[in-house]
Design a protein around this ligand. Sequence first.
Ligand code: FES
Length: 99
Amino acid sequence: MAVSGPTAGVKRLDGARQTVALTVDGEVIAAFRGETVLTALLTARGWIRTFEFGAEYRGGFCLIGACQDCWVRLKDGTPMRACTTLVADAMDIVTDEQH
Ligand code: FES
């Protein structure tokens, strides 16, 4: 059967999605390969990092790499923007300076 219309050519990834395990502030979380660090963090715990000027949690703002609200670090100190970085196996992410 031929498919036409606005969904023609769109493939669902359900069932074909591979997971990766990454560590965030010392806790292992699962994420889907191909999703961003921001998506993985929001899905796993609902926030990305703590606010540097208070106790509030940050969740990203623009989600397209423009606002700079989602910077986190790898455990080795390498900074990364969560909304433009794809998850990878064995990533060790630090989002809270107190960890
Ligand atoms: S959420 Fe704006 S730069 Fe990542």
